[in-house]
Structures are given as structure tokens and as C-alpha cells.
Design a protein around this ligand. Sequence first.
Ligand code: SF4
Length: 265
Amino acid sequence: MTDINFQRAALQLLRDCQSAGLTHLPPPSESLAVPAPSEVLQAAPETIPENVHEQDISNETLEAVVNTTPENTLPPENRVAALAALSASVSQCERCQELAETRTQAVFGVGNPDAKVMFIGEAPGADEDKQGEPFVGRAGQLLTKIIEACGWTREEIYICNILRCRPPDNRNPTDEEANNCREYLDGQISIIEPDYIVCWGSVAAKNLLNQETPIGRMRGKFFEYGRAKVICTYHPSYLLRNPAAKKPVWEDMKLLLNDMGLTPP
Ligand code: SF4
């Protein structure tokens, strides 16, 4: 890795840790190796005692702490650390050579680590690649309006994409890239354990649920992914080009809210 790439990766790691809620770092250990996602996800689930020393957190929590049974979900403080560890792996990932060479930074995901609802989009665009956060461009602003129309804030839910790196010229992700990045997506789902997932657009729906059905025929009903109920609807960027599609999206949001026992505003 070149010095520039190393600096970029180090900055990304610090930003990821900060956005994941870490306020300080443990003292340096002998090994600075970042755990692979599989290591992060395979470690035994353990609750970190309150009096554990900071130095131990990197060895235990960051090895992480994933339990997918509804009876024993991760406490929020462990979710933050597990997400930070996974994010650190993503920031250095070079599985998709073209994307790793052309990205400004990897875009891991943002939001509530204890979210009941997870939003999954397609891939970072130019704005997201610059800012390191998903859904911040024009489509992201529309998504924020949809979130607020549902009575939520962006901070209440968790937002990520099928891919964590921007495809050049915003082309669709290839199957190979989506497969490469699937371990990270499944890691985020396993850590957060959302009750509901919304797939925004055909790329998210197709890849998460392994379906070839057009998005227009997938919307308006629930699918299952693990313990989560999944709704698929049109991508906000499609709504920018086709405002008439806002109505079916709002119907999908109302279906979601009703199933959650919430009254649509
Ligand atoms: S898109 Fe995902 S798998 Fe591909 S290089 Fe980026 S982080 Fe790695």
C-alpha cells in the first residue's frame, strides 16, 4: 500500500470509528492487523462486563460479538464496536480491484446500530464517495424526506448499500462485485438484527433476495431475509426521474408502518 493509500485508509478508519461512536482508541498492541469480516462475525457472542479495561475491548468486543437469536441480541455498546471492526475491514478492502483503485473512500453505512429498520440501496454515487456517507446526494435528500414523512429521523434507522465502493460512472454493480461485498452486508445485518429491511430499487432487491423479478412486481408485499421482514420499492433516484412513482412508494411505506404497528402520519 502506498503512503497516500495508507493515510487514506487510516483516516477512513478513524472516521468510521468516530461515526460508530468510539471516542478514544486503545493503546497500541503488538498486532495492528484488522480482523477479516469472517473473523469479526464468527467470534463467540459475549457481553462485555461493565468493568472491563479499555485495552481488553479491542481484544474481545472488536473480535466481536454476533448473536442472531432473537432471545439474545447484542447489546447496543457491542454493536457499535462490532460495526467499527467490520468498517475497518471495509476501509482497506481491495476485493474489487477497479473499485478499490477509483474510490475516494469506502462508504460503510450510517445510522442507529440498534435500528429496527435498515435501508439498503445500490452503491455510493459521486456525492457519497466524496462524503463517505450513503444517500447524501439528490436521491439521498429525497430519501430523507420519505424518512421524515414516516415520522422518523435518519439517525433512527440504519442505511447502507449492496456495494461499499462507487462503481465508475455510476454503472450498475456487477454480480462479482455484489458477491464480493455480500459478506460485509450480511455482517451489518447480523450485527444490527433489524426487524425490517427496505430494499430501495431493483439492484438491492435482486441481490438481497436473489430474485430476477422486476421491482414493480416485488413491491407491495413482504419477503423474508433471516429474521427480518423485507419490503422492496423504487429507488429514490427513480422517483426523481418519475415523480408519479412517489405514490406507490408511499403505499409501500404505509404497508411497512402498519405492520410495525405505527400509524402513518
Ligand atoms: S465494493 Fe465491497 S468488496 Fe468491493 S472493494 Fe469495495 S468494500 Fe471491497
